[in-house]
Design a protein around this ligand. Structure first.
Ligand code: TYM
Length: 348
């Protein structure tokens, strides 16, 4: 394995490196924060090398108004920094500024099979009944996602539950590339899906994922919501009339109640078991205000910081540009070696 370094854990032979991404197709939600961002910060704090990417090329697989996309990208960068991502320690950048993502995605388009992509549930959900009218980019989306992680020889990818299938595909693509070209070049990534909030559900329907694209704003908490809005959304969240049980088994058939318990646990950094033990017997008239108070105490400072950072957009652009340069220094040699492996002539 010529390109390998020695690694204590993760993909054998590769030094541990964390990469993850979020689409700037809207604002950050509590689902993004608990399922992804908070865990990105934990990875950064663990001392491992971390790269975090605002995947603007992924965002345009469905129509985005250009001015809104630009604004959302900057606001999301502010959201990352406000949540604890330190651009000096993590590499924070937007995808379109590092050309190697799109370059490797093309090569991987030629490795992945139509059938593999056709099975992706996210494509089926997003394309809906009108598949013929979906963009080619939406179909090929998982190849770009595989390129995002592979172009850095990433070993670990923290994500929420909904990205599991895409990362399994990225593993298949890496294995097929290594096999077809008889190399041991790309690591097979490890999805990291951990904690109480790998699937935060809608506040209006406990069987649906909380999402930035849900038409109802009451279904989600946005990182840009102020304290009053956060409290209102939690007060109005759908629940049932029963009090909280003493153990998690008692929540099995109560998706809305289970969701609020999970959110509480993830915000407070405790287990869902501890939440039900502490609040057993309480009705939602008592539990919701406690949850609202906790949510506001965690999220209001982040909201304030986003507003402060957004007052200096030039500084955000500078941070993203600097991150992109550092990302490119890792990606470029890996891309060049990939071209070499597949047989492209390169100027020396
Ligand atoms: P995206 O932008 O939909 O979501 C970003 C991250 O937030 C997590 N997430 C959630 N976690 C818990 N509960 C929720 N309700 C919830 N909603 C979103 C997602 O699981 C994800 O971790 N395809 C990816 C972006 C991407 C990417 C990558 C991720 C592109 N390239 C490479 C990792 C590595 C996406 O659309 O995420």
């Amino acid at each position: 394995m010529t390109d390998a370094q020695t690694a204590p854990d993760g993909a054998p032979g590769f030094a541990p490196r964390v990469f993850s991404g979020i689409q700037p197709s809207g604002g950050l939600t509590l689902g993004n924060y608990l399922g992804a961002l908070k865990r990105f910060v934990a990875a950064q704090e663990s001392g491992v090398e971390t790269l975090y990417c605002l995947v603007d090329l992924h965002a345009i697989t469905v129509w985005q108004d250009p001015a809104r996309l630009r604004h959302a990208t900057r606001e999301m960068a502010a959201g990352f920094i406000a949540s604890g991502i330190d651009p000096a320690r993590s590499i924070l950048f937007n995808q379109s500024q590092v050309g190697a993502h799109a370059e490797l995605a093309w090569v991987l388009n030629c490795v992945a099979r139509m059938g593999w992509l056709g099975r992706m549930t996210q494509f089926k959900d997003k394309a809906g009944k009108n598949r013929e009218n979906a963009s080619v980019g939406l179909f090929a989306y998982p190849c770009l996602m595989a390129a995002d992680v592979m172009v850095y020889h990433t070993t670990h990818v923290p994500v929420g539950e909904d990205q599991k299938q895409h990362l399994e595909l990225a593993r298949e693509i890496a294995i097929k590339f290594n096999h077809d070209y008889e190399v041991d070049f790309f690591p097979v990534v490890e999805p990291v899906i951990e904690g109480a909030a790998t699937r935060v559900m809608s506040l209006r329907d406990g069987t649906k994922k909380m999402s930035k694209s849900d038409p109802s704003d009451m279904s989600r908490i946005n990182l840009t919501d102020d304290a009053d809005t956060i409290s209102l959304k939690i007060r109005k969240a759908r629940t049932d009339p029963e009090p909280l049980p003493g153990d998690l088994a008692g929540l099995a058939e109560r998706p809305e109640a289970r969701n609020l318990v999970n959110i509480y646990a993830a915000l407070a950094d405790i287990t869902p078991e501890a939440v039900v033990a502490d609040h057993a017997g309480q009705g939602f008239g008592t539990f919701k205000p406690a949850l609202a108070e906790l949510a506001v105490s965690v999220l209001a400072p982040i909201n304030d910081e986003i507003n402060r950072l957004m007052a200096d957009v030039a500084e955000i652009d500078r941070i993203l540009g600097d991150g992109a340069q550092r990302a490119d220094m890792i990606a470029r040699p890996i891309m060049e070696r990939t071209y070499d492996i597949v047989g492209m002539v390169r100027a020396r």
